[in-house]
Design a protein around this ligand. Structure first.
Ligand code: 0L1
Length: 267
């Protein structure tokens, strides 16, 4: 994916938009989509807002430990009415332990997705292939992502979502760590249970045909931003199924074929 170029929002406007998003994230207060005020906002500008947000979190002492690909499955794109994937950053402060209770009362409208995460052993940069991603991967493991769009009533567009760090909120690594070639990741099945009932079923191939394709897409977006994916990054490939809305008291279990399971109860 290539990012468009025109620079119509100046640096001050970008910083102000990042502050608006950060306040919504930190205080769980919904805002209207950014394109309501800036209807001509481009994808490139949306990523500049996301970068300003990342710099602000880093200035507050959070450490970027990796990235997420988002909107990478057909069910998810259909659910959100978009046709292009995107990326967001992950910090250490967003991580939560598996098989424990997780607070979601501090989020606006949390939803849960089952994903396959890649942990890299060497740097990836430029335009790369899925094969290069596999070769640079130390291990893969299951993960749950708790997303939280900051936009009222889920009324948004791709530019607003990207500026909102692709709805990143919390992530939960778990299950078994396995070599990336130990299984055909396209056929890894996932059953997502919500309060004991099967809510979603999917397979790795839902993610751009193969989850490694999503990581290659992500590295390409980083390249467009002048960045690389460092060795040791934790990268989520994107939801295998549509997202499931959760509230305090709910339990989610994601069972991955041959990769173990993750259970989380929300408070
Ligand atoms: O994780 C993703 O697929 C990005 C989600 C963006 C939209 C949403 O909040 O569901």
């Amino acid at each position: 994916m290539s990012l468009d170029n025109p620079k119509t929002l100046n640096d001050e406007a970008i910083i102000r938009l990042a502050e608006r998003v950060e306040t919504a994230q930190r205080y769980a207060t919904p805002i209207h989509k950014l394109t309501q005020d800036y209807p001509d906002m481009t994808l490139s500008e949306a990523y500049r807002v996301q970068t300003a947000l990342r710099r602000s979190y880093e200035a507050r002492g959070q450490r970027v430990i990796g990235w997420k690909a988002g909107l990478t499955s057909k069910p998810k794109m259909a659910q959100m009415g978009v046709s292009t994937p995107g990326v967001g950053f992950l910090t250490d402060a967003m991580e939560r332990p598996a098989n424990r209770k997780i607070t979601v009362s501090d989020l606006i409208h949390p939803r849960v997705e089952a994903e396959i995460a890649f942990v890299t052993k060497s740097e990836l940069s430029g335009k790369v292939t899925a094969e290069q991603v596999m070769a640079a991967t130390d291990y893969v493991q299951p993960a749950l992502e708790v997303i939280d769009s900051r936009f009222s009533g889920f009324k948004f567009d791709l530019e607003s979502v990207i500026a909102d760090n692709s709805s990143s909120a919390r992530y939960v690594p778990g299950g078994r760590m396995i070599r990336p070639d130990a299984l055909d990741l396209r056929t890894v099945g996932v059953v997502l249970e919500h309060n004991g009932e099967i809510a979603q079923i999917g397979a790795g191939a839902e993610v751009l045909g193969h989850p490694a394709e999503a990581i290659a897409m992500l590295v390409g977006v980083l390249d467009d931003m002048g960045e690389v994916l460092p060795a040791g990054s934790f990268v989520m490939a994107g939801a295998i199924t549509a997202a499931v809305a959760v509230k305090p008291g709910d339990t989610i279990t994601a069972r991955f074929y041959e990769m173990g399971s993750i259970t989380v109860t929300f408070t």
